[in-house]
Ligand binder design. Structure first.
Ligand code: URP
Ligand code: ZN
Ligand code: ZN
Ligand code: ZN
Length: 483
C-alpha cells in the first residue's frame, strides 16, 4: 500500500520547500507535486521533517539496585507520541559479564519496541575477552559505538588505562567511543563528605557533582581519544567547562561531538532547592541540572554548531523507586524521562523563540546524529530511498505537559505544567502511522533493529600523537661500544 503526504512544507537540515512525499514499502519513493497513492495524509499547514532520533535511552536497565521503569514498549510509545522514530539504547554488561551475553538480554527486551532502535555497547570492565568480543560486536552485531562511564565508582566506572585500551580497540575496529564524563573518584569523595556533614537530601546530589568535575573528565577523555587516534562522542554535556573542552578540541581539528539533553536545556538547579523531597529527588540525574548561565551556553552551542545533538538520556524511575534514597541521596536512582517531550520542548524553547532555525532543529534532533552514527541517509533524511521515518509537525497546536496523558509508565513528569506549542500531527515509522495527534497506534514488535556498520571515514581523528601509536625506531650509525 502506498501513501502520499500532501500539502506540507518539507523541512530538512538544509532546505525548506513545499512538496508532497510518496511512500511505498516503508521507503520514500518520490518527492514532488501532485503525487497520488492509496492513502492520503493531510499535511496542510504542517512541516514535514525527518522523524526524530534519540541516541541516548535506558529502557528496563538494571541500575542502582533497581530497573528503569520504562521498557522498550512504553519507552518507544513515548518516543513516537513525541515525533521520535528511532532510539539508541545502551546495552550494559555487568562487570565481568560477556558483552555478547548482555547483548542477548537486550535483544530479548527490545523485541517489544514500537519503532526502530539500535544499541550502543557499554564497556564496564576490561579483559582479553572484552577486547575479542568488541570485534564481534562491530562486525557481526552491527554496533559501532562503545560507551564508557567515568563515574559511578564501584559499579560501572572504568579507569583511564581501561579507557585507553578500549578507545584504541575502537580505533582499530572503526568504532567510536562514547563517554559519560564526570570524575568518579572526586564525586565519590564529595558524596561521603556531604553525607558525613549531614547533607543527605537530594540537593546534595548537585553539590557532589560540580561543573569542574565534568569539565575535567571531558578534557581527560578528549586527551585519551586523541592519543588513541579515535573520534569521541560526549553524552549529556551539561555545563560550560565541558562545552569549552569540546569547543577547543574541535577548533584544534579533533573529531569530538557533544550531546546536551533537553532536561539541561529547560530545567535548572533551582529544582533541587524545592522543599518537597519527592519533587527534588525526581529530578536527580547525572550530571545534575545547572544554573542559567550554563543553560545559555548549551543553547549557544547548538546554534553555533559546537554542540551537535539534543538527546534525553531517558532513564525513568517512579517516585517509589526514587524513595530508595530517603536519608541518603547517593541511593536515589539517577535518571529522568523526556522522550515524549524532547521535540515539542526544543521546538517551543528553540524555534518559537528564534534561538534555533527550523533547519537547525532538524539537524540537532535527527540528521546530525544519523551522520555521526553512520545510518545516514537511511535515517535522518528526506530523500528518495530513505526510510519513511517522518513527522508531520503542526506548529500551531499547543498542550500543557502532564503525567496524566503521557506514555511513559512513571507517575510524574519533570516538565509537568510547561506549555508547548508545536506538536506532531502524525508520526510515521517506516511508512506506517505510529502516532496520530498524540494517540499511539504502533504495536509492540513494529520496531526493527538498525545495524550500524564500522565507519572508516569518521575514524580519522587528527591526532598529535600519531608517532606514539606507530612509533618509528631511529636507525643509528656508529653505535658506541657497550650500548
Ligand atoms: O542520571 C543518569 N544520567 N542516569 C542514567 C545513566 C547515565 O548516567 O546516563
Ligand atoms: Zn551517563
Ligand atoms: Zn545515560
Ligand atoms: Zn505489548
Amino acid at each position: 500500500m502506498s501513501m502520499v503526504i500532501r500539502g506540507g512544507t518539507i523541512v530538512t537540515a538544509d532546505l525548506t520547500y513545499k512538496s508532497d512525499i510518496l511512500v511505498e514499502d516503508g521507503k520514500i519513493a518520490a518527492i514532488g507535486d501532485n503525487l497520488t497513492g492509496d492513502k492520503v495524509i493531510d499535511a496542510d499547514g504542517c512541516y514535514v521533517m525527518p522523524g526524530g532520533i534519540d541516541p541516548h535511552t535506558h529502557m528496563e536497565m538494571p541500575f542502582m539496585g533497581t530497573y528503569s521503569e520504562d521498557d522498550f514498549e512504553s519507552g518507544t510509545k513515548a518516543a513516537v507520541a513525541g515525533g521520535t522514530t528511532m532510539v539508541v539504547d545502551f546495552c550494559l554488561p555487568a562487570p565481568n559479564q560477556s558483552l555478547l551475553e548482555a547483548l542477548q538480554a537486550w535483544d530479548n527486551k527490545s523485541s517489544k519496541a514500537v519503532c526502530d532502535y539500535s544499541f550502543h555497547m557499554a564497556v564496564t570492565w576490561w579483559s582479553e575477552q572484552v577486547f575479542d568480543e568488541m570485534k564481534v560486536v562491530v562486525e557481526e552485531k552491527g554496533i559501532n559505538t562503545f560507551k564508557h562511564f567515568m563515574a559511578y565508582k564501584g559499579a560501572l566506572m572504568v579507569d583511564d588505562d581501561e579507557m585507553f585500551a578500549s578507545f584504541s580497540r575502537c580505533s582499530e575496529l572503526g568504532a567510536m567511543p562514547l563517554v559519560h564524563a564526570e570524575n568518579g573518584d572526586v564525586v565519590a569523595t564529595l558524596q561521603q563528605k556531604l553525607l558525613a556533614e549531614g547533607n543527605n537530601g537530594p540537593e546534595a546530589h548537585a553539590y557532589s557533582r560540580p561543573v569542574d568535575v565534568e569539565g575535567e573528565a571531558c578534557n581527560r577523555a578528549i586527551m585519551i581519544a586523541d592519543m588513541a587516534n579515535v573520534p569521541l562522542y560526549i553524552v549529556h554535556v551539561s555545563c560550560e567547562p565541558a562545552h569549552e573542552a569540546i569547543r577547543r578540541a574541535r577548533q584544534n581539528g579533533k573529531r569530538v561531538f557533544g550531546e546536551p539533553l533537553i532536561q539541561h536545556l529547560v530545567l535548572d538547579d533551582s529544582e533541587y532547592k524545592n522543599t518537597d523531597w519527592d519533587h527534588a529527588a525526581r529530578r536527580v540525574m547525572s550530571p545534575p541540572f545547572r544554573s542559567k548561565e550554563h543553560q545559555d551556553g548549551l543553547w549557544n552551542g547548538l546554534a553555533s554548531g559546537s554542540l551537535q545533538v539534543v538527546a534525553t538520556d531517558h532513564c525513568a524511575f517512579t517516585t517509589e523507586q526514587k524513595r530508595m534514597g530517603v536519608g541518603d541521596f547517593t541511593k536515589i536512582p539517577n535518571g529522568t524521562g523526556g522522550l515524549e517531550d524532547r521535540m515539542p520542548l526544543l521546538w517551543s524553547r528553540g524555534v518559537n523563540t528564534g534561538r534555533l532555525t527550523m533547519n537547525e532543529f532538524v539537524a540537532v534532533t535527527s540528521t546530525n546524529i544519523a551522520k555521526i552514527l553512520n545510518v545516514y541517509p537511511r535515517k535522518g533524511a528526506i530523500l528518495v530511498g530513505a526510510d519513511a521515518d517522518l513527522v508531520v509537525w503542526d506548529p500551531k497546536v499547543s498542550k500543557t505537559i502532564t503525567a496524566k496523558h503521557q506514555q511513559s509508565a512513571i507517575d510524574y513528569n519533570v516538565f509537568e505544567g510547561i506549555e508547548v506549542t508545536g506538536l506532531p500531527r502524525y508520526t510515521i515509522s517506516r511508512g506506517r502511522i505510529a502516532a496520530e495527534e498524540g494517540v499511539v497506534v504502533a504495536k509492540c514488535g513494529d520496531g526493527e533493529f538498525v545495524r550500524r556498520d564500522a565507519y572508516p571515514a569518521v575514524n580519522k581523528a587528527l591526532s598529535k600523537w600519531k608517532e606514539l601509536t606507530s612509533p618509528r625506531k631511529v636507525e643509528r650509525k656508529g653505535i658506541p661500544a657497550g650500548v
